[in-house]
Design a protein around this ligand. Structure first.
Ligand code: 1CP
Length: 376
């Protein structure tokens, strides 16, 4: 593995700024493309590293995190327009004092999750010695080292989990089908729920600001469990914290593009566009891109100060399990539906461990081809 470099002053010049220009609302020659979970278990080179190294060890070791972040960039040379730092949304609950294990084949497991509101006192974030930058400095070091190792090929993205999604993991103790334990807090203990959400939002905002200082060039907030909430409860328990995070980061770094991915929350498109200052709204595959474009444009046009909102997404990842012809056709269709501008191509959710890496190449090539054609 290459030597580790923590100099945050002399980063290499950026050679491909397609993602950044699009995220800022500029017209570009084609749609930039990257994929959620582009570093992950579908790649044999990733699994080879994981045989020897526990999941959070890869996150905490800057040389390993850099290596894994760069793996898809190397394999799909010239086809990806962004890198996303290898880490996990669960590093925040960990930093706040909860133990998180990554169980092979199962996913995250909290041996001792939050059970009742009195458990909030177990979280360390209000303690006198608590510092987000100290607790999560290993992510900053991974970002700085990766930014150097990228050599300016593409911009580097940082990310966090959104408060509602992290609250869900902290109470459920892992993935869950109904989120009944976490949702019970919303209705039985709304004050405690809001306290937890506000504390996580505070840590998340500080963490994102630190990630930019360390070298992240754009940011994404993952609200993966938004779709479990009704529109009314999304407006109450998710949206205000998403808006707060974006506002706090933008107050320090107004020019760093920010994306929100509220999976399953297409009902909230207008609110995300008008009530938050995210530059990009990432869509899952449950909404037609043209319909999303129209709704967002209509909502923005009614604003006193309209701005352009970029959309990201949204191919159903399981389409990559289909044949090459189908992948090409569906990708072209998706690009046409988003239209000839303000689109960052992506899947509607992350890569799956069962994906064939060569099918992802077909998707990436198809985006290059069909989105360039649209703009001619
Ligand atoms: O053993 C392994 O290697 C575990 C697989 C894995 C990987 C590759 C996990 C466990 N996390 C990650 C990396 C990861 N997670 C990234 C890295 C960068 C990239 O995208 O390439 C990112 C951005 C995440 C974010 C993440 N983690 C989310 C939000 C996005 C989403 O998928 O909705 C969520 C919900 C998690 C929790 C998590 N971590 C890992 C798993 C398997 C899960 C999901 C479990 C569940 O369904 O509850």
């Amino acid at each position: 593995l290459p030597a580790v470099n923590f100099d945050t002053t002399g980063f290499p010049a950026l050679k491909n700024d397609l993602y950044l220009r699009t995220a800022r609302g500029e017209k570009t020659e084609r749609a930039p493309v990257w994929c959620m979970r582009q570093a992950g278990r579908y790649l044999p080179e990733f699994r080879a590293i994981r045989v020897e190294n526990e999941f959070f060890k890869v996150c905490r070791d800057p040389a390993l995190a850099t290596e894994v972040t760069l793996q898809p960039l190397r394999r799909y040379a010239g086809l990806l327009d962004a890198a996303i730092i290898f880490s996990d949304i669960l590093v925040i609950p960990q930093a706040m004092g909860l133990e998180v294990q990554m169980v092979p084949g199962k996913g995250p497991h909290f041996p001792d999750p939050l059970r009742t509101p009195s458990d909030l006192s177990r979280l360390g974030d209000l303690g006198a010695g608590f510092s987000v930058d100290d607790e999560l400095g290993y992510v900053y070091r991974a970002l700085t080292n990766t930014r150097h190792a990228l050599g300016g090929q593409v911009p580097l993205l940082g990310f966090v989990g959104a408060p509602w999604t992290l609250m869900a993991y902290m109470i459920e103790g892992g993935g869950s089908r109904t989120l009944a334990l976490a949702k019970a807090w919303l209705f039985a203990h709304p004050t405690a729920a809001h306290e937890l959400l506000a504390r996580v939002a505070d840590v998340a905002a500080q963490f994102l600001i630190g990630q930019v200082r360390a070298g992240a060039q754009a940011l994404q907030v993952f609200e993966s469990w938004a779709g479990e909430l009704s529109p009314r409860d999304f407006a109450d328990f998710s949206l205000p914290y998403l808006a707060l995070i974006a506002k706090r980061v933008k107050a320090v770094f107004p020019d760093v593009p920010m994306t929100v991915f509220a999976k399953g929350a297409h009902y909230a498109l207008e609110l995300l566009a008008t009530e938050t200052c995210f530059d990009v709204i990432s869509l899952d595959w449950s909404i037609d891109p043209a319909a999303a474009r129209e709704r967002v444009d209509k909502a923005m046009a009614a604003q006193a100060v309209p701005r352009s909102v970029v959309l990201q997404g949204n191919l159903d990842p399981t389409i990559l399990l289909g044949d090459e012809q189908t992948i090409r056709e569906r990708t072209a269709e998706m690009c046409r539906s988003f239209g000839p501008a303000l689109h960052i191509a992506n899947l509607g959710h992350g890569m799956l461990p069962s994906h064939d890496p060569e099918r992802l190449r077909v998707f990436l090539e198809a985006v290059h081809e069909s989105s360039a054609q649209l703009r001619r």
